[in-house]
Write a protein that binds this ligand. Structure first.
Ligand code: DQQ
Length: 448
């Protein structure tokens, strides 16, 4: 049934049918990768949410299993929403997830594998103590904004900590809980972090990264050479000092909900079309994350495993790009490609000046889309381009002269991605912390 569906992707993770949203609880256990995800077993629109489950040995090829977590208890009878896995001592996985209880309140639940000797961890049992964290008359937690627990980490005092996304009025926040045994949790006096005007923090994430080294770090790691990343719609980089998160600076990458190692990509089509197709939602290729050597910019790159899928290599020799020129890369079809390209800028005579009020990269990308000519840019890729360039998706850079350095803007402009009028064509963008005087601007694009 999917053979004649040109928009099903080849690279990215997709269930055979139906609705998928957030990636949940990604983990590795006994050498096998597990991916869970928000899934509607009954159709191609959001609703009746369960945790579907797939496993893989290489992050590329996946084996589907039956849903792992689905409504069975008072504390999750109206849905099993997003959450995360934590590997407890002696390699025991545990999942904390948000349940929608009988009263339609958001509460946090625990599930553990039924049989640890089953390598696929097919069956999960829920704690009889659920819900473990809940809004009460005392704690002032907003019962419709209390969800998406992160992977827990252990402090130097041996206690577990976890954050839950929330908000109070319009102040988005990460509520912090602590526990000695992973079952009994106490709310900390103060949230780990909050930001006025940021609204509900869906799918927050909090994890250590090492500076300049691409290897992953154990989730409870603190100390020299380790910084912490707090992600909600923004990414903050900071230090853990005596158990508190001290903000270093606002990094400039903006992710969509659910995005860190994995990221949900939603459809641009509307529900009518999704129902016709029978499916909606993909997970982008998993990415490695690390902090660059400056310790300021979080870098993400598709996992190396994806490179094993490369066949039919096409090389394009270096070329000088003149203003207004479009070069076609021949030898490939537009339906699936792994593009790796680098731009070197060697003339900085004329550069547009960055107005100091242009602080929102997404807005700047929408206002200065791919068809707006500038001095240094736009330059980049036109992907999934139709004959005669009626439809294309532009991924491109623009360089501005800032106060004391060049500022690089990276945009994904979907305004011309489809001729259909009622599709979502939101443009995305970010400032990237690269010095174009010193380094080439590299761009990797997985077209599928
Ligand atoms: N999706 C889940 C929620 C989360 C939202 C429900 C983000 O837990 O906040 O499917 O996409």
């Amino acid at each position: 049934t999917t053979a004649n569906q040109p928009y099903r992707t080849a690279y990215h993770f997709q269930p055979p049918k139906n609705w998928m949203n957030d990636p949940n609880g990604p983990m590795i256990h006994k050498g096998l990768y597990h991916l869970f995800y928000q899934y509607n077993p009954y159709g191609a629109v959001w609703g009746h949410i369960v945790w579907a489950h797939s496993t893989s040995t290489d992050l590329i090829n996946w084996t589907p299993h039956d849903p792992a977590i689905y409504p069975t208890q008072e504390s999750d009878i109206n849905g099993c929403w997003s959450g995360s896995a934590t590997i407890l001592p002696r390699s025991k996985p545990a999942i904390l997830y948000t349940g929608i209880n009988r009263q339609n309140q958001q509460v946090q639940n625990l599930a553990v594998p039924k049989n640890l000797s089953d390598p696929y961890l097919i069956e999960w049992v829920k704690s009889p103590n659920n819900a473990l964290m809940a809004p009460t008359a005392m704690n002032k937690i907003n019962s419709s904004s209390f969800r998406d627990p992160t992977t827990a980490w252990q402090g130097p005092d041996g206690r577990w900590r976890v954050i839950i996304g929330s908000k109070r009025d319009d102040r988005g926040m990460a509520i912090l809980y602590r526990s000695k045994d992973f079952v009994h949790w106490l709310e900390a006096k103060h949230p780990l972090h909050s930001a006025n005007g940021s609204g509900m923090w869906e799918c927050p994430d909090f994890y250590p990264v090492s500076v300049g080294i691409q290897n992953g770090v154990e989730t409870s790691m603190v100390g020299l050479g380790i910084k912490h990343v707090l992600k909600w719609k923004m990414i903050l980089v900071g230090d853990m000092i005596m158990g508190s998160f001290m903000l270093q600076r606002l990094s400039l990458i903006v992710l969509r909900p659910g995005g860190s190692l994995w990221g949900w990509i939603n459809e641009s089509t509307n529900a009518t079309i999704d129902i016709m197709k029978g499916w909606a939602g993909i997970q982008g290729i998993p990415k490695s994350l690390w902090l660059d050597k400056s310790g300021k910019q979080l870098v993400q790159w598709p996992v190396v495993e994806i490179e094993k899928l490369r066949v039919n290599q096409v090389d394009s020799p270096s070329k000088v790009l003149n203003g207004g020129s479009v070069l076609e890369v021949s030898g490939i079809t537009a339906t699936q490609a792994d593009v790796d390209i680098a731009f070197e800028i060697n003339e900085f005579d004329k550069v547009d000046v960055l107005d100091p009020s242009w602080t929102n990269p997404q807005l700047l990308c929408s206002q200065k889309g791919a068809s707006v000519k500038g001095e240094l840019g736009p330059f980049g890729l036109l992907v999934l381009a139709s004959n005669g360039l009626q439809e294309y998706t532009a991924v491109f850079f623009r360089i501005f002269k800032g106060q004391d350095k060049y500022v690089v803007l990276m945009c994904s402009d979907q305004s011309r991605s489809s001729l259909h009028l009622d599709y979502d064509k939101t443009t995305y963008g970010a400032f990237v912390d690269v010095d174009p005087l010193q380094e080439k601007l590299s761009l990797r694009s997985l077209v599928s």
